[in-house]
Design a protein around this ligand. Structure first.
Ligand code: ADP
Ligand code: MG
Length: 350
């Protein structure tokens, strides 16, 4: 899995910049009625639907900083790069509608590698019903840089910011936490085994969920719709890209409130629990600081609790307090400890 077995290598220079753009984007289809003009002119043209506002978000992914191609297949990288951006749009309670994709590539990458990357990007656009409407392509002296911009639309009175949480609101998280970080640990371990012995077969059977969460994360497209169906408008929302702890801190600081988060409420997949035992890691630390979960964290008014309580996608993990009360984790042993932000980059150095 750590080798590129593809024998065919067409240098990018065979196609040239324009030939490459045409080649990579020839299968792009426009599905959205709001896309008036996609790829092919100086700028894309997008219709803003009545009563809706546009939301825009950009992320930059740099080889060696945000991804390692020795265990991240390019197709997965393309898919994940789109998910990272769509997640930010959903965190505004919006519907994602268009993306642009910009690339800086070194000539170490053959055309076939970029085809792989684009197959992941295009799969993501199909499954999430967003149009690829443009981008930019340039050369790089080393490595691959991918920048994606995502555009979404939402009724102006349905936008949810990080800043709206109020005292006594409930703190809710979607899905489960910590799996993507552990998936990375499993892949790092297998990479080392492979480097020591290239004939070793990766042993990933017990970690399928973890590896999938790392290599093929899904953004929570379903949540803005689910909340609308349940007739719940969150008071604040943020996506969990850097770890629960740091995102809760962002949300509380933006809303000028405190919070109590309950350790025993944090949703964990059974594979996270068993792998933490095996690797001798504390599952709460991993859930709080692991990152890359791409779940949504939001607050709701207490009166909305009956509307969400039966939903298996949603878990109440705490509540909002006054700013002067601070931000705390209430442990299983019922001790109160201050929440601290440690993104997964910081954890890497330990
Ligand atoms: P310009 O010179 O105006 O920047 P380009 O020649 O770079 O235009 O791009 C031509 C068209 O192809 C534009 O519509 C642009 O948005 C699109 N495009 C360029 N690179 C990419 C890419 N990597 N992915 C998708 N569309 C792209
Ligand atoms: Mg250009």
């Amino acid at each position: 899995m750590f080798e590129n077995k593809d024998e065919s290598r067409t240098p990018i220079s065979d196609l040239g910049e324009f030939g490459l753009i045409d080649h990579l984007t020839k299968h792009v289809e426009i599905k959205r009625s709001s896309t008036i003009k996609g790829i092919g002119d100086d700028a894309a043209v997008i219709n803003s639907e009545e009563e809706r506002v546009m939301v825009v978000s950009t992320d930059l992914l740099v080889e060696g900083v945000h991804f390692d191609l020795s265990y991240m297949p390019l197709k997965h990288l393309g898919y994940k790069a789109v998910m990272v951006n769509l997640s930010d749009i959903y965190a505004m309670n919006a519907e994602a509608t268009q993306i642009t994709v910009s690339l800086a590539v070194s000539n170490r990458f053959p055309v076939e590698a970029l085809e792989e990357l684009y197959s992941g990007i295009l799969t993501a656009t199909k499954l999430y019903n967003v149009d690829l409407v443009g981008g930019d392509t340039t050369s790089s002296t080393s490595g691959l840089v991918i920048s994606i911009t995502a555009i979404g639309q939402v009724a102006s009175d349905e936008v949810v910011y990080r800043s709206g949480a109020g005292e006594n609101d409930l703190l809710v998280v979607t899905g489960d936490l910590g799996a993507a970080y552990l998936g990375l640990q499993v892949l790092e371990r297998e990479k080392q085994v492979f480097q020591a012995n290239p004939n070793a077969q990766p042993e990933l059977d017990n970690y399928t969920y973890l590896v999938e969460r790392q290599l093929k994360p899904e953004a929570r497209k379903d949540i803005p719709k689910l909340l609308r169906d349940l007739d719940v408008k969150p008071t604040s929302m943020i996506d969990i890209s850097d770890g629960l702890s740091s995102e809760i801190i962002h949300l509380c600081k933006n809303s000028e409130v405190g919070c109590n988060l309950y350790e025993d409420k944090i949703p964990l997949d059974p594979q996270v629990i068993s792998t933490c035992e095996e690797f001798d890691l504390d599952s709460t630390t991993i859930a709080l600081n692991g990152g890359e979960d791409y779940e949504l964290l939001f607050t709701i008014k207490t009166e909305d609790f009956p509307k969400i309580k039966a939903n298996p996608n949603l878990t109440v993990i705490g509540h909002i307090t006054g700013k002067k009360d601070g931000m705390h984790l209430i442990t299983r042993a019922d001790t109160k400890i201050p929440l601290i932000a440690r993104g997964w980059n910081a954890m890497e150095k330990e």
